[in-house]
Design a protein around this ligand. Structure first.
Ligand code: F2R
Ligand code: MG
Ligand code: MG
Length: 355
């Protein structure tokens, strides 16, 4: 492939990742916490939104995107990770628009950050849940720009994703969930289209998570706490993959989870991406990106967040050209997602080497 073509394709993957995340959030949000939507409700939801003549108000984004936008803008303007700047953006954004459906405890972190004037941007999160920290999926749901930033600048992905997470999520499960989601996007960006080997994709994540979850000297585990939670969940993903399209939504919920906690949603998002690479019996769409969102939402539970995380991985793999424009146009602020993707991409040096 010619250099220029390769650069354009990668720019399209950056856009795919940011737009993909936004759309999962906007399209998944109406179902968050509701009883699992039936097959016919979701089929008609996607059919109706795909109608090129449909004119309806935008599907609004929620906290997932509000925080993703802050992460992206901070990395872009600071050209690197700056904890205080990122914390300030989270807090400013929350107090400007508090009704975006934030997690019920993370708002205490915002209040403490504001009250302490960002003196130590990690301290309020460390005090959450009696010092255990939050294991909610709020750090994982906003991590997509970190994967793009690290791809572009070659910054350390594990440290950067962990540090962005620690501003709000000090529990190992909370920040390691963000690291895993970031690694999955990064791996998707690196995988040539149509060359995905799903088993190798998951095995590679398992290898990396074994290293990441290995307890360090400073990790004092609680009695009975299993340090390798994500490794085990990824092994479960492999098991479910072996069982192919026969795995029901109830089994996914039982074995991986569809909840607000990071360890019960990040592996589910990764599984949704993999599962939708092949046709799913009761989903009519032939478009793999759309199928990813449809499948993720059909699982129920934390639909905006699981669809957003699955959508960002799928968008990074398929690129923006595979994302249906008729669905995209119903999502709030999709032009901002494209602009941030382009700004992150421009931090890389896409020029062909001098000959
Ligand atoms: N908050 C929601 N959805 C519920 C209501 C939305 C509704 N549709 C609306 O319109 O208002 N969704 C968003 O929250 C999730 C991300 O949450 P985050 O940022 O992780 O927040 P938090 O508060 O830190 O954690 C969430 C809950 O997890 C439980 N939890 C976390 N750590 C815990 C610990 N150590 N011990 C016990 N419980 C812990 C708590 O219940 C937290 O409140 C996304 O789904 C986003 O979309
Ligand atoms: Mg949300
Ligand atoms: Mg959610």
């Amino acid at each position: 492939m010619a250099m220029v073509e390769a650069v354009e394709m990668m720019a399209g993957r950056f856009r795919g990742c940011m737009v993909g995340a936004l759309m999962g959030d906007c399209l998944g949000a109406p179902f968050e916490g509701e009883p699992r939507a039936t097959r016919s409700i979701l089929q008609s939801y996607f059919r109706r939104l795909s109608d090129p003549d449909l004119k309806v108000p935008y599907k609004q984004y929620t906290d997932d995107t509000a925080m993703t936008r802050c992460v992206a803008q901070s990395l872009i303007e600071k050209k690197g990770f700056d904890a205080k700047d990122m914390a300030r953006r989270f807090v400013k954004e929350y107090y400007a628009e508090p009704k975006r459906g934030y997690g019920s405890n993370v708002t205490d972190v915002f209040a403490a950050l504001r009250a302490t004037k960002f003196r130590d941007p990690y301290s309020p999160a460390a005090f959450q849940f009696n010092g255990r920290g939050s294991y909610g999926n709020g750090a994982a749901m906003r991590v997509a720009p970190v994967a793009l930033f690290c791809y572009a600048t070659k910054a350390g992905l594990v440290d950067t994703s962990r540090d962005t997470a620690l501003i709000t999520h000090a529990n190992r499960l909370g920040y390691n969930g963000a690291v895993l989601q970031c690694l999955a996007i990064y791996e998707a960006l690196h995988t040539p289209t149509n060359k995905l080997d799903s088993v190798k994709f998951i095995e590679s994540l398992i290898t990396k998570m074994k290293e990441i979850e290995k307890p360090s000297e400073d990790d004092i585990l609680y009695e009975g706490e299993d340090p390798y939670v994500y490794v085990k969940r990824l092994e479960k993903v492999l098991e479910l993959m072996e069982r192919g399209d026969s795995v029901s939504r109830e089994q996914v919920e039982d074995e991986l989870g569809v909840y607000i906690s990071a360890h019960m949603s990040v592996p589910t998002a990764i599984y949704s991406f993999i599962r939708a690479t092949s046709p799913v019996a009761d989903i009519e769409s032939e478009n793999e990106y759309q199928r990813t969102l449809h499948f993720a939402i059909s699982l129920g539970g934390d639909t905006d967040t699981i669809a957003s995380m699955a959508g960002s991985i799928a968008g990074a793999y398929y690129g923006v050209t595979k994302i249906p424009g008729n669905l995209q146009k119903h999502c709030e602020a999709s032009s901002d997602a494209i602009k941030q993707a382009d700004d992150l991409f421009s931090l890389s040096d896409p020029k062909p080497p001098a000959s």
